[in-house]
Design a protein around this ligand. Structure first.
Ligand SMILES: NC(=O)c1ccc[n+]([C@@H]2O[C@H](COP(=O)([O-])OP(=O)(O)OC[C@H]3O[C@@H](n4cnc5c(N)ncnc54)[C@H](OP(=O)(O)O)[C@@H]3O)[C@@H](O)[C@H]2O)c1
Length: 250
């Protein structure tokens, strides 16, 4: 088993998919990790699979302030520090344009995708990072970089998350670096509607010839929470198999 790095991460929404891939990457380099998710049973199973000696799970909804407080407290109690925060939990309950979007749905999207990230960042900052340093990574989306009519409200929220990243990077410097990752389609339950039954066709649009997998994002998150990225803050790293390059082709 890898030696402990001495560092600790909190990864939201990590019982499966991208968050799980991020947790796996951080554990592989020796970090101890707290993962969150709504379904307690699924979270327990993920803790067991990742290794209960280095991982704890705290169940709850990312936007719930009480849950945010408990998750940070439990991380501090279990491991004594919280160096890294990966804001990964996200939602996309609606498809289509926003001209007639129910504003309550818009609020829900922003609550989970933007405000929860701010809430967790405020808490890890005060609990540990402002005095001891660390890094924050927000999982945004390529949908936050350009209009995306099929997932419009989601895209607007991810654009806000990208701006929140830059804002926090400014406020938390020089102690804490804050960056975002903007993935294109990664094969998870969340994105299944975008590729299931037509994966080959979907992948054909990607210059690197395939859709993403959670470990692609895990690798990027490990980089952005390592010394290798010590002089990078406020940035959004596009991890997309090159698909965004197509926007520049006539
Ligand atoms: N997959 C993609 O193609 C893609 C592309 C770009 C960006 N992203 C972003 O990547 C992030 C993760 O997506 P994913 O594809 O890995 O999704 P996923 O496979 O559906 O996994 C989502 C994880 O987050 C948890 N979760 C969901 N809603 C939550 C909430 N409100 N509070 C706490 N935990 C919650 C889920 O567990 P429970 O259901 O038990 O809560 C699960 O562990 C999202 O922010 C998404 O916007 C995904």
């Amino acid at each position: 088993m890898t030696e402990l790095s001495g560092k600790v991460a909190l990864v939201t929404g990590a019982s499966r998919g991208i968050g799980y891939g991020v947790a796996e990457a951080l554990i592989a380099r020796g970090d101890r990790v707290c993962i969150t998710g709504r379904n307690e049973e699924a979270l327990k199973e993920a803790v067991e699979k990742l290794g209960a000696d280095r991982v704890i799970g705290v169940a709850g909804k990312a936007h719930d302030e009480e849950h945010q407080a408990v998750a940070v407290e439990r991380t501090m109690e279990a491991f004594g520090r919280v160096d890294f925060l990966v804001n990964n939990a996200g939602t996309n309950p609606v498809f289509g344009p926003i001209a007639d979007l129910d504003l309550n749905v818009a609020r829900k999207v922003f609550e989970t995708n933007v405000i929860s990230a701010l809430g967790f960042a405020q808490r890890t900052w005060h609990a540990w990072q402002k005095d001891n340093g660390g890094a924050i990574v927000n999982i945004a989306s390529v949908a936050g970089l350009a209009p995306s009519p099929f997932i419009a409200a989601y895209g607007v929220s991810k654009a806000a998350l990208i701006n929140l990243t830059a804002q926090l990077a400014h406020e938390f410097a020089p102690k804490v670096r804050v960056n975002a990752i903007a993935p294109a389609v990664v094969k998870t339950k969340f994105a299944a509607a975008l590729y299931e039954g037509r994966e080959e066709e979907a992948a054909a649009g990607y210059p690197l010839g395939r859709l993403g997998v959670p470990s692609d994002i895990g690798g990027a998150a490990a980089f952005l929470t390592s010394d290798q990225s010590d002089w990078i803050t406020g940035q959004t790293l596009v991890v997309d198999g090159g698909v965004f390059l197509n926007a520049g082709v006539g």
